[in-house]
Design a protein around this ligand. Structure first.
Ligand code: NAP
Length: 465
């Protein structure tokens, strides 16, 4: 049998966009016959499309139709509720697959490393995001929404998502697939003022134009900036004189418009601040967040050419009873896989996992998505990223660099999984659960009502409702 005709068994760990795009690229390689098993520690697939994308961004979520199509390939199987390192180990994978791709994303947050970061009432934005999106591991988290003022550190798109959800009315939230318990908790919310805190200027803000424009169209919240903080810095002004950057000009226009004096008729205020860095989160006598101490920054050009913030000697204290740190996701190490601690990614070159001691690729092991390149880019960025990994895989197949599993028979791994995780979720199980969620949504006039506990999901599929 030639290399081209042989069925190549592939394991993909992680069922978010990067994992699915890797499958799509592999299935498109018509010279090869790939048979793929995808694993996820949750019963439900689609990673951050289900548990990260904001519930009021339903259109973005329709990308899952593409993943359903990929999953309908007869050479694809999904094993939900099967965790790498718990139900299957590296040795199991080596015994059953020629190729192993890690697409586990970035599952934790970066730390700010300032005093008070761990006070009660100081949370990571990703905890809040996972909570309102009904991620089973976060459904029991509690956020004190009785506080009037909330500070969100960072001005990326995740920070904007959190701010929007805090500012939306109940009617607006009813049109989303936000978790039931979050809808209830937000109904009782007393939050009135939300602060987004950027450490650099408006021109360096990580949020994108459609996202920041959307903040101006909230039903019951005003987006507000300070005229002196949205003034363009000298470096960027100089640059714009030489080069056209329409998108940046637009961003500044939008932010400037928010600084215009308006009559406050809406009940909430969403302040977008720039050139401030938190230096301390201040607690009350009960160890609860009561304020955040900020230092005013100025910009300077660093050696690498980028514009960086530098603290001045001007400080202010901002009252806030709740703080969300939204300064970027971070990858977590996986058992037996070489990890670059500083960068928070798997050691890799173009997706080939590299042994840091020898500097050589580890035969048969690959990475894609955020765990490969870090937590940047939108869903579609992962398509290109997975394409690069798959090109490396094909090159390696051609040169014969793939694993030689003892037991490539698909039934053998099925036996092992059934033994270790008898409750594993298949893609068919997910499609049924999906139908139940959509049906429940229809009854309430919402796009979907999510199951948020694993027991409920298993039960629903077993009982058929
Ligand atoms: P991000 O875009 O990297 O933004 C991180 C923010 O945190 C930046 O404003 C950054 O400022 C700030 N920051 C970092 N360290 C800080 C510190 N020590 N103190 C204060 N501020 C600090 O990350 P993200 O918002 O988590 O988003 C991750 C990716 O998902 C992004 O590519 C994003 O576009 C994407 N995403 C897209 C959507 C959408 O399309 N609607 C929604 C959500 C997420 P500096 O710039 O100064 O470093």
């Amino acid at each position: 049998m030639t290399q081209e005709q042989k069925v190549i068994r592939v394991a993909v760990i992680g069922s978010g966009p990067a994992g699915f795009y890797a499958c799509e690229h592999l299935f498109k390689k018509e010279d090869y016959s790939f048979s793929i098993d995808m694993f996820d520690k949750l019963p439900t697939p689609h990673g951050l499309v289900r548990s990260g994308v904001a519930p009021d961004h339903q259109k973005i979520k329709s990308v899952t139709r593409v993943y359903d199509k990929i999953a309908s390939n007869e050479n694809f199987r999904f094993f939900g509720l099967v965790e790498y390192g718990k139900h299957i180990t590296i040795d199991d994978l080596k015994k059953h697959y020629h190729i192993i791709i890690f697409a586990t994303g970035a599952q934790t947050d970066r730390k700010m490393n300032i005093p008070g970061e761990d006070l009660k009432g100081s949370h990571t934005a990703t905890e809040f995001v996972a909570w309102y999106n009904g991620h089973p591991d976060y459904r029991d988290y509690k956020f004190d929404l009785a506080r009037e003022k909330v500070a969100i550190v960072g001005v990326g798109n995740v920070a904007v998502d959190v701010a929007r959800i805090l500012c939306r009315t109940q009617e607006e939230l009813m049109e989303t697939d936000i978790a039931d318990y979050a809808l209830e908790a937000l109904k009782e919310s007393r939050v009135r003022e939300v602060y987004l805190l950027g450490r650099r200027g408006p021109a360096q803000a990580a949020f994108t134009n459609p996202e920041v424009r959307e903040l101006g169209n909230l039903e019951d919240a005003h987006a507000i900036t300070r005229i002196e903080e949205v003034e363009l810095d000298e470096f960027t002004s100089e640059l714009l004189e030489k080069e056209e950057d329409r998108s940046l000009v637009k961003k500044i226009e939008i932010l400037n418009a928010y600084s215009e004096k308006i009559e406050f008729v809406k009940s909430k205020k969403l302040h977008i601040r720039f050139l401030v860095s938190p230096v301390e989160i201040i607690g009350d006598e009960n160890g609860r967040v009561k304020a955040i101490k900020l230092v005013k920054n100025e910009l300077y050009r660093a050696e690498d050419g980028s514009l960086r913030p530098r603290a001045t000697d001007e400080y202010e204290e901002l009252e806030a009873g709740l703080v969300f740190r939204s300064i970027g996701y971070q990858g977590v190490p996986l058992p037996d896989i070489p990890f670059h601690d500083k960068w928070g990614v798997i050691h890799n070159e173009k997706g080939r996992i590299i042994d840091p001691d020898s500097g050589e690729p580890v035969t048969g092991f690959y990475a894609t998505g955020w765990i490969k390149r870090g937590p940047t880019g939108v869903i579609g960025t992962n398509k290109q990223d997975s394409g690069e990994t798959v090109e490396c895989i094909v090159e390696d197949i051609i040169s014969g660099d793939l694993l030689s599993p003892e037991n490539p028979d698909p039934d053998k791994i099925l036996e092992l999984i059934s033994e270790r995780q008898p409750n594993y979720f298949s893609y068919e199980d997910w499609l049924r659960l999906n139908e139940f969620e959509l049906e429940k949504g229809k009854q309430q006039g919402r796009p979907r009502v999510k199951y948020t506990s694993i027991e409920e999901m298993l039960d629903a599929v077993k009982k058929g409702s």
